[in-house]
Design a protein around this ligand. Structure first.
Ligand code: F0G
Length: 467
């Protein structure tokens, strides 16, 4: 923003808050970090958080709540049924997302579990704009198969397309022609697309998907986890939206879907919580009877009253234009710094994270030597920075053949929690990455020593390959 103006004439964005409580960080030595990553099997998920200096593992549940949200925590109505906080949450989801029916869940995957169980039959196919790990697994466990129908540019970390989260309409039409609409219970639309590097989908594309879906009698379920960030990109990049508030754009996006799964731990600035929302009475009734089996009563869904209150209040803060501009602005700040230094990242810079392109960072490693996994481990050893692999380890194995999937993107995600770190933390992060980049040719690959059955990236263990 305003990058082209001389610094003196710029009007920069600044965080629309000030800091009133802090958490102290621990510094560690390189030897201590080497020991810690070895204990963790070269998997950053298995590190102890107290051994981490700057934690960019995820933006999920790691954001800082406001004083307004914290004071809401004191107003928790911890009744088993009919909590006042539930009605407050329902009211705000209706107002800002526009779905009439809302069922809280403990987090996003709780909602994915319910909708997959309700709508998917064995042999069904669920198309989507790139997979997300938990979403696809719930679809598979319900008997379905996920089909990626995202545009080709999404797989190219160097493509500058503004909406790399778009659905390739031709791929979608071809899939419908091939398997038949009756085999497709719904289309999942991710906004923004996490595994593609936090890339947005355009309103025009959502509308096209809507038309195809309606013509074929197929539902659309939005993964609204980071839809507010997507709405901001629409405001910045899509014709006709420059003067619309992000809140209005969010509402319009949701109007093009039949329901949504939501992880409140991202956009909504809470440490725990999610919901399933929908228009359809029939789905709602099914969800009402399933939620009590897996999550809890439909007025708490695995959450305490106070958690629902924090999320209800978080919605209002999250849709403010000045909040979202600073949030995405901070991610762009780190991304621009790395770009200036010639470090390979996914472009354009995403909404919640900067993604290092491990294929270009470590070109001497083959994908089955887990370059992104190793790069994440090295970032930790170098500077105590925790990031996450989003490549071959995350992609897992094909359900039928048992073979490793080979995604074209082999990435390390530097995910920025909301309202947590300062610009100086991001400067240090960029400097650590730069010094690692200078000695990149010395970095060896990894071999996997333990592989769990489901979502292996969380608990898999590795050791460096002997050179
Ligand atoms: N959908 C997307 C796009 C997500 O990024 C996540 C979680 C979920 C659904 C599931 O939500 O964690 O509340 O059950 N993503 C986290 C991440 C884990 O680090 O990106 P959940």
């Amino acid at each position: 923003m305003n990058q082209e103006l001389p610094v003196r004439h710029r009007r920069s964005w600044a965080e629309p808050y000030k800091i009133k409580m802090v958490e102290l960080l621990k510094n560690t030595t390189q030897e201590e970090r080497l020991r810690a990553i070895e204990m963790a099997g070269y998997n950053t998920f298995l590190l102890r958080s107290e051994d981490v200096y700057i934690d960019l593992l995820t933006d999920s549940g790691t954001s800082a709540m406001s004083d307004v949200q914290w004071s809401g925590m004191m107003l928790g109505d911890e009744a088993y049924s009919g909590s006042a906080n539930f009605y407050h949450l329902e009211e705000n989801v209706r107002k800002y997302y526009g779905y009439p029916h809302v069922i809280p869940t403990h987090q996003g995957r709780g909602a994915e579990h319910l909708i997959s169980k309700i709508l998917i039959k064995t042999g069904d196919v669920v198309p989507g704009n790139m997979y997300f790990t938990t979403t696809r697994l719930h679809q598979e466990l319900a008997g379905g198969t996920f089909e990626d129908v995202i545009v080709e540019e999404a797989h190219d970390p160097m493509s500058q397309a503004p909406f790399k989260g778009n659905v390739d309409i031709q791929k979608l039409e071809n899939l419908i022609a091939r398997v038949g609409a009756s085999k497709i219970p719904y289309i999942t639309i991710g906004a923004t697309v996490n595994m593609a590097g936090g890339q947005p989908i355009s309103m025009a594309n959502m509308r096209e998907v809507r038309n195809v879906a309606q013509r074929n009698g197929i539902r659309i379920i939005l993964d609204a986890t980071r839809a507010i960030e997507n709405a901001f990109f629409i405001q910045q990049r899509e014709e006709g939206y420059a003067n619309k508030p992000v809140a209005d754009i969010l509402f319009e996006m949701c109007s093009l879907s039949d329901g949504a799964t939501m992880s409140g731990k991202k956009d909504l600035l809470v440490n725990i919580g999610g919901f399933l929302a929908m228009r359809d009475e029939w789905i709602y009734n099914e969800a009402l009877s399933l939620v009590v089996v897996y999550e809890g009563m439909h007025t708490y869904g695995g959450l305490a009253g106070r958690d629902m209150e924090a999320m209800a209040r978080g919605i209002i803060e999250a849709v403010q234009d000045n909040h979202i501009r600073a949030r995405v602005g901070q991610v762009e700040y780190l991304g621009h710094k790395l770009q200036e230094w010639g470090i390979p990242i996914v472009e354009p810079i995403g909404g919640h994270a900067v993604y290092l392109d491990a294929k270009r960072f470590l070109p001497h490693l083959k994908q089955n030597e887990y370059p992104a996994q190793m790069l994440a481990a090295q970032l930790y050893i170098e500077g105590g920075i925790r990031s996450m692999e989003r490549g071959i380890v995350s992609a897992g194995r094909d359900q039928l053949t048992g073979e490793e999937r080979h995604p074209r993107l082999e990435l390390v995600r530097l995910t920025i929690p909301r309202r947590v770190y300062t610009q100086a933390h991001l400067d240090v992060t960029a400097e650590v990455i730069a010094s690692l980049y200078d000695r990149r040719s010395e970095i060896p690959g990894l071999e996997m020593t333990y592989e769990p059955r489901y979502l292996r990236f969380f608990q898999a263990r590795f050791k460096p390959k002997a050179n």
